[in-house]
Design a protein around this ligand. Structure first.
Ligand code: CP
Ligand code: NVA
Length: 308
């Protein structure tokens, strides 16, 4: 199996992302019956909680003919201090692919450097590329594509925002970020990609939402930031995606949220449960895009034209 990792959206170019999403759509239509993971095992290391990522990867591996192993850091020696580089080399002797969700992105990079099998980032403090793949598929299904479209990011300049920034730069759509002062995306990452795309940053949710085709938000305190909840509730006041904000968006605008959501904080109940919300399709699409990703990384996605 050729070694290829997926740690960030920008690990794939525009053609590869397009191919992946086309394959995911084909899998979703039930038009894919290959078993590229037959006899293969995906290891899933988690040092943070998960509902969607864990279940969709496990189900996806099964549907592709393989097996998935849930490896909680509480139970493996990694959690007791065994070095990542040792874990990477040992696990590579058993597994065919590794997915990891953890805090420090550098740990995932180190895992990928020492692993001889493909490594997938299932979320770090820096980025959440698998979620953005699902979001892009949802945008494609709902709006026909992202060409000429504007995505608004309302809220924390967090891992999700970072992966949207990379997607906007690689795929070339407009991204309007509105983040409270002090909670902007990583400055170096933003500067790296800003010039490649049409990406703007403000402190005004209304400015970002006006005319946007996709309104996207996330929790105010991500995993690992629970102690900052009260302080963040103050800083993020006015950043709720409610009907008033949605009214500023384009007429056919959709609402996305990676979930889990906090109703009454970053999103109003009426929006997440409303007609423009696509959050359940978005959650389902995690399964399809990750199956396509695993098939591609396994090097058995089929010929390019078959992905159409
Ligand atoms: N959106 C997402 O990654 O969900 P989980 O934390 O449940 O995996
Ligand atoms: N930004 C959130 C995303 C959860 C899927 C977090 O990191 O907790």
């Amino acid at each position: 199996m050729p070694k290829r990792d997926f740690l960030s959206i920008s690990d794939f170019d525009a053609d590869e992302l397009t191919e992946l999403l086309r394959l995911a759509a084909r899998m979703k239509r039930g038009k894919y019956d290959r078993k590229p993971l037959k006899g293969r095992t995906l290891g899933m290391i988690f040092t943070k909680s998960s509902t969607r990522t864990r279940v969709s990867f496990e189900v996806g591996a099964t549907q592709l003919g393989g097996h998935a192993l849930f490896l909680s850091s509480r139970d493996i020696q990694l959690g007791r201090g065994e070095p990542i580089k040792d874990t990477a080399r040992v696990l590579s002797r058993y597994l065919d692919m590794i997915m990891i969700r953890t805090f420090d992105h550098a740990d995932v990079e180190e895992l990928a450097r020492y692993a001889s099998v493909p490594v997938i980032n299932g979320l770090t403090d820096l980025s959440h590329p698998c979620q953005i793949l699902a979001d892009l598929l949802t945008v494609k299904e709902s709006l026909g594509g992202w060409k000429g479209r504007t995505v608004a990011w309302i809220g924390d300049g967090n891992n999700m925002a970072h992966s949207w920034i990379e997607a906007a730069a690689v795929l070339g759509f407009a991204l309007r970020l509105a983040c409270p002062a002090g909670y902007e995306p990583d400055r170096a990452l933003l500067e790296q990609y800003r010039t490649a795309g049409d990406i703007t940053l403000s402190h005004d949710p209304a400015e970002a939402a006006r005319g946007a085709d996709v309104i996207n938000t996330d929790v105010w305190a991500s995993m690992g930031q629970e102690a900052e909840q009260a302080e963040r509730e103050q800083a993020f006041r006015g950043y709720i995606v409610d009907d008033r904000l949605m009214a500023l968006a384009a007429r056919d605008a959709i609402f996305l949220h990676c979930l889990p959501a906090h109703r009454g904080e970053e999103v109003a109940e009426s929006v997440i449960e409303g007609p423009r919300s696509r959050v359940w399709d978005e959650a389902e699409n995690r399964l399809h895009v990750q199956k396509a990703l695993m098939a591609m990384l396994a090097g058995m996605a089929g010929e390019k034209e078959e992905a159409a």
